[in-house]
Design a protein around this ligand. Structure first.
Ligand code: GSH
Length: 202
């Protein structure tokens, strides 16, 4: 049995979008929980088993999985037919795994440091800055419409989520702007937005 602990309009929303893309929304029990929000509202939910009280959190037959990129990879392996990720044996799988890890290991730290205005030579050396970050994305998209090639994958979904969440950070780079528009137009994203808005209003 699969259970997803979700808070509307948060990092777990992209897991709902992925489940929609995978055609697997009906295979997962989605439990809505509260979280501490950036604006000081909300609070840790005693019903959320995530060890840090965060979302997303996926539980499969009693085993908990945290971190969005790990959860997405896991679900893509459980529901491979939708083609949202290259599977083991496919030569492009390495590139897929690299983008998923890069999102968590590089992109999120760079975005958070940028958002709070932290400048530090060691951090800059370790993670690079926003120019290097966007440079990586631009290079990939200058050759193809999506990060891995001709088709949308979970790597696009997680990397683009930062720009969809914070449109103000969108760089003035045509290939990146076009890709954000392409990814953002997906019906799955619109449905997640509608679901989350309805949940918030309930
Ligand atoms: N690296 C984690 C971050 C998870 C995270 O920080 N989620 C936020 C929601 S956007 C949260 O649950 N915040 C509540 C808290 O920190 O207590 C992931 O990508 O899954």
């Amino acid at each position: 049995m699969l259970t997803l602990y979700h808070a509307p309009l948060s990092r777990s929303s992209r897991i709902l979008t992925l489940l929609d893309e995978l055609g697997a929304l009906d295979k997962v029990d989605v439990k809505v929980v509260t979280i501490r929000r950036q604006d000081g509202s909300g609070g840790r939910d005693p019903n959320n088993p995530h060890p840090e009280g965060k979302v997303p959190y996926l539980v499969h037959d009693g085993v908990g999985i945290r971190e969005s990129n790990a959860i997405m990879q896991y679900l893509c392996e459980m529901f491979p037919k939708a083609g949202l990720a290259p599977q083991p044996g496919d030569a492009t799988r390495g590139a897929f795994l690299a983008w998923m890890a890069w999102y968590g290991n590089v992109m999120e730290p760079v975005l958070v440091m940028n958002a709070v205005g932290v400048e530090n030579p060691l951090l800059a050396k370790t993670f690079g800055g926003t120019d290097e970050m966007t440079g990586q994305i631009e290079t990939a998209l200058s050759k193809k419409p999506y990060l891995l090639g001709d088709t949308f994958t979970a790597a696009d979904l997680i990397v683009v989520s930062a720009y969809l969440w914070m449109p103000q950070i969108t760089p003035d780079i045509p290939v990146i702007r076009d890709w954000i528009e392409r990814c953002g137009a997906r019906a799955s994203l619109r449905r997640t937005q509608q679901r989350d808005t309805a949940t918030m209003a309930a």
